[in-house]
Design a protein around this ligand. Structure first.
Ligand SMILES: NC(=O)c1ccc[n+]([C@@H]2O[C@H](COP(=O)([O-])OP(=O)(O)OC[C@H]3O[C@@H](n4cnc5c(N)ncnc54)[C@H](OP(=O)(O)O)[C@@H]3O)[C@@H](O)[C@H]2O)c1
Length: 332
């Protein structure tokens, strides 16, 4: 069916400035790591992307290897762009991609060399039928390649007009600080850092967020729902259509321990008292920190996406609620 974007799509979404840049990102962004690959139903993914845009999500996050199969999420996203997003809508989208993890065989198909990053970006642009991406990321630090080389490749991508901004992902606080400094000297400031951050994964609180704030770099946490653990998905076992049940899913059933489930149940009760779903509470909890530009969610249905966006309608936390959550998170 022909898609026409909702005329009122910008009325309810909240947009936050990304660090000290000129870019505003929606408080909730959509990632295409899972559920949009060649193993998934194309029309389902297409409906989620359309709905996201209709509700003001302007930022879509990809990477060369998203699928499975690797590359197929970019191909599918490119198909949706071609069929549903006429050219003029390109200027309303912030599309990101990354290179860093294994993409093709041989010594030039992963990590952080200029050789790999430049070739990978060209491949991503082809798969998505794009002339440029808005953000190009180094997906992970490479301990064996000089940081200067990786950052210079990002800078070159911008100078060639293939990316408008650059970002880093999975860099620890000290290496992030060094990367940010190099990029500053090259004249291509680091726009954003994409770390794993949720109620269950809090390493960024030990230094990284301070480094980003000090340097005016934005922060977009990935897996803010801990891949679905911080939702009601697993409260009554492992549903057949869930990530933990899929052979290619990155959430392994063994991660859903009795102790974790106990915590999830308690968090779910607190969320219930706030008239929120647990997913909504987990997102509100991240967004309470002004250093967080946007939360990068995944969704396997339009209903999940809607539920997550509705997190923005809920009030902030009272001090005693935060304390109660903290007590649950400290339980081991
Ligand atoms: N930079 C990196 O290294 C890196 C790594 C990982 C991810 N990312 C980025 O972050 C994005 C999000 O990651 P993620 O998919 O792990 O995020 P997530 O938001 O933590 O998990 C998404 C999953 O949670 C479940 N879910 C979502 N909303 C729900 C709701 N309202 N109620 C119940 N269940 C719900 C769904 O699981 P089911 O599928 O079981 O329904 C969904 O697939 C990725 O797409 C990617 O763009 C980046």
């Amino acid at each position: 069916m022909q898609y026409t974007a909702h005329a009122d799509r910008y009325e309810k979404m909240k947009y936050n400035r990304c660090g000290k840049s000129g870019v505003l990102l929606p408080a909730i962004s959509l990632g295409l790591w899972q559920n949009f690959g060649s193993v998934d139903i194309f029309e389902k993914g297409r409906d989620i992307i359309r709905r996201a845009f209709d509700r003001g999500i302007t930022h879509f996050d990809l990477a060369n290897n998203y699928g499975p199969l690797p590359g197929s999420a970019e191909e599918n996203f490119g198909r949706v762009l071609q069929s549903d997003f006429p050219g003029y809508l390109r200027d309303e989208l912030i599309i990101s991609t990354k290179a860093g993890y294994l993409m093709w065989p041989g010594p030039y198909g992963e990590w952080g060399s200029r050789k790999y990053l430049m070739a990978s970006l060209d491949q991503s642009l082809q798969r998505m039928h794009l002339e440029y991406v808005d953000i190009f990321y180094s997906h992970r630090p490479d301990p064996l390649t000089p940081l200067e080389e990786t950052m210079m490749a990002l800078d070159t991508a911008v100078r060639q007009g293939k990316a408008l901004y650059v970002g880093i992902s999975n860099y620890q606080a000290d290496e992030a600080g060094k990367a940010i400094d190099i990029l500053k000297k090259l004249g291509t400031p680091c726009l954003i850092h994409q770390p794993k951050y949720s109620m269950f994964e809090r390493w960024v609180e030990n230094g990284l967020l301070d480094v980003l704030e000090k340097n005016g770099v934005g922060c977009i946490p990935f897996s803010p729902l801990a891949q679905g653990l911080l939702t009601d998905r697993y409260l009554k076992g492992i549903p057949a259509d869930s990530r933990a049940a899929k052979p290619h899913g990155f959430l392994k059933p063994g991660e859903i321990t009795a102790g974790k489930l106990e915590q999830i149940k308690k968090l779910n009760e607190i969320a219930g008292r706030r008239n929120q779903s647990l997913a909504q509470m987990a997102l509100t909890w991240l967004l309470k920190d002004r250093r967080i530009t946007s939360v990068l969610i995944g969704a396997s249905s339009v209903a999940q996406l809607d539920n997550n966006i509705d997190a923005l309608n809920h009030p902030e936390f009272a001090a005693d609620e935060l304390k109660e959550i903290e007590n649950v998170l400290r339980e081991k």
